[in-house]
Design a protein around this ligand. Structure first.
Ligand code: PXL
Length: 284
């Protein structure tokens, strides 16, 4: 089998287990190659830490892409996550055009908000830029807050009815991507999960786990990387959603049981063996 090659475009938060420090091990564990384009280097992620360093790499991105262009490298998937500025959104969009082809699956996680709030480092116009990037994608992976920002709708606290959730999915689908996976979906106070939607078939599929109270950092990236890894292994969207929910929920549960500082990230590493088995099973 020819190995799939993913290009992950995210920041590298050196400590705290998110973005590239998650995408690289999770995608590699699935057997796909993970090429990285770091958009910035931070000492930690920005969630709950103060005094972190931030080295912006905006100026390097196009040169890296230009060099790869001379090598004729092709990508089966381009997976984008946290982008540090409006300018980076336009550059990443250009890179997708330059390095992607009709065979490249573009997966955009519009990382910018959670719990009803835009992350403080982003300006108010950032969601408009992210929406433009989402128009280019084959799959988008917003959480509920990001969904409402992309759609310029008011954020409502859950639980959500299926009617509301499916309305969101359909409106997100009209942005332009063929597939949508919405995270943070919950129809009651005891289950949490994600819903996938295929705009061509109209099919919606939910995947839930027991809700674990608390806010755990980096879980969106663990979820997104598991979706990318599954899709690159030929697993369909519904099953990819199931695998990603299970992998993310397991990581959160282990971390809750261990009682570690939630800012330090979740223990996804101990779940990699099971994750690889699920990928192998799903491939059959
Ligand atoms: O997990 C998303 C993410 C990625 N990168 C950085 C972040 C965050 C979320 O806060 O701060 C730097």
């Amino acid at each position: 089998m020819v190995q799939k090659r993913v290009l992950a475009i995210h920041d590298i938060s050196c400590f705290g287990k998110c973005s590239l420090t998650v995408a690289l091990p999770v995608i590699s564990a699935s057997g796909a190659e993970c090429t990285v384009m770091p958009t910035a280097v931070l000492s930690t992620h920005t969630g709950g830490f103060t005094g972190y360093t931030y080295r912006d790499l905006t100026e390097d991105l196009l040169s890296i892409a230009d060099h790869w262009k001379t090598l004729g490298i092709e990508f089966d998937s381009i997976y984008t996550g946290f982008l540090g500025s409006f300018e980076q959104i336009d550059i990443v969009s250009e890179i997708i055009d330059s390095l992607g082809s009709e065979n490249t699956l573009t997966i955009v996680d519009p990382v910018m908000a959670d719990g009803g709030n835009l992350y403080p480092i982003f300006g108010k116009d950032f969601p408009k830029g992210m929406r433009k990037l989402c128009e280019k994608a084959d799959v988008i992976l917003p959480n509920i807050t990001e969904a409402t920002l992309l759609l310029e709708e008011e954020y409502i606290r859950g639980p959500y009815t299926r009617e509301y959730t499916e309305g969101l999915l359909k409106r997100l689908g009209s942005i332009g991507s063929k597939n949508v996976i919405l995270t943070g979906v919950h129809c009651d106070d005891v289950h949490l999960g994600a819903a996938s939607y295929n705009t061509e078939t109209g099919s919606v599929s939910y995947s839930f786990h027991d809700m674990i109270p608390g806010y755990y950092h980096g879980t969106g990236d663990i979820f997104g990387s598991a979706v990318v890894a599954s899709l690159m292994n030929g697993i369909d969207l519904t099953k990819a959603n199931d695998i990603a929910v299970d992998f993310t929920a397991g990581s959160i549960l282990r971390t809750k049981n261990a009682g570690t500082d939630v800012r330090f990230g979740v223990d996804f590493e101990s779940g990699l063996a099971k994750f690889i088995n699920q990928i192998k099973e799903g491939r059959k």
